[in-house]
Write a protein that binds this ligand. Structure first.
Ligand code: SF4
Ligand code: SF4
Length: 271
């Protein structure tokens, strides 16, 4: 099935037509079904006590297919490190599968849109396993330094790279304090139609924009819910009624390197 979205190109910029293809493994009907189940089950739970499956299927507000990306929405994630197991990398595997990211046997330079890192408190020695990807900063330095405008932020907060105008200078990689971007060194084969990539360009997590724009969840969030610890929650940070906003308002959450003032859209809990 192919859908045309007038008004935006595949990077969320204005153009004449926008094409979407069916997403392997993503079933909007299943999502609706789970959402209905969640709504039914939600009333039986005490306030503040939410099963993860319920949270994940709270409405993600798919925009109308002919609607432009709007700043009314700010997409974000909340990752509960209390549920993120050291040995689990289901989010990493799901991202690679979803976006066609394979290694070339060179871990130091192979592209990686999400990775697990260990952080530890030097005083207590306590450590946490933490998924790290592009933080979709509200004030992204990668965008500031890009000489061609290839690095850009959509109105809904998703930060992307337009590979057609990226010249591979890698300024954005140096500017990103989270080391969230990768450079593609090799000619790539077997690419996914919804995530085209290119040798000589920079790339990073797209927040699975191809899924979000049709009302789905990012692949890592879905995998974390299905087979991982249920640590990842995706939603609209601008909507006070969204599950993510309620949790951010209710619990202590953290932004990585909040001191930099970049206002990341990815938030953490139990860090
Ligand atoms: Fe840019 Fe890095 Fe922030 Fe992502 S995490 S928006 S790549 S500065
Ligand atoms: Fe990868 Fe999508 Fe998760 Fe970003 S949101 S880390 S692109 S699976």
């Amino acid at each position: 099935m192919q859908r045309l979205l007038p008004g935006m190109n595949d990077m969320g910029r204005k153009t004449k037509n926008r094409k979407f293809k069916e997403i392997p493994g993503f079933d909007p009907q299943r999502r609706s079904f789970l959402g209905a189940m969640a709504a039914a089950a939600g009333v039986t739970l005490a306030p503040g006590v939410m099963l993860y499956g319920i949270a994940r299927t709270s409405p993600a507000k798919a925009r109308a297919l002919d609607a432009a990306v709007s700043s009314d929405v700010r997409w974000g994630m909340l990752i509960d490190l209390g549920r993120c197991d050291n040995g689990c990398d289901d989010c990493v595997t799901a991202c690679a599968t979803e976006n066609g990211i394979g290694g070339h046997g060179r871990p130091a330079t192979d592209a990686q849109w999400i990775r697990k890192i260990e952080v530890s408190d030097p005083q207590t020695g306590a450590s946490k396993s933490l998924p790290m990807m592009c933080q979709h900063c509200a004030d992204p330095p990668c965008v500031d330094v890009c000489p061609t405008g290839a690095s850009f932020k959509r109105a809904d907060g998703i930060v992307l790279v337009d590979k057609h105008t990226c010249i591979g200078c890698r300024y954005c990689m140096m500017a990103c304090p989270y080391k969230a971007r990768s450079f593609v060194h090799e000619v790539l084969e077997d690419q996914k139609p919804h995530a085209p990539r290119g040798k000589g360009t920079v790339e990073s997590c797209t927040m699975c924009v191809h899924r979000i724009d049709v009302g789905g969840d990012p692949a890592c969030v879905e995998a974390c819910s299905d087979t991982g610890g249920g640590a990842m929650l995706f939603g609209d940070l601008n909507d006070p009624d969204s599950e993510i906003s309620k949790r951010v308002a209710t619990y202590a959450t953290q932004q990585i390197r909040a001191d930099l003032g970049l206002d990341p859209g990815v938030r953490y809990r139990n860090l």
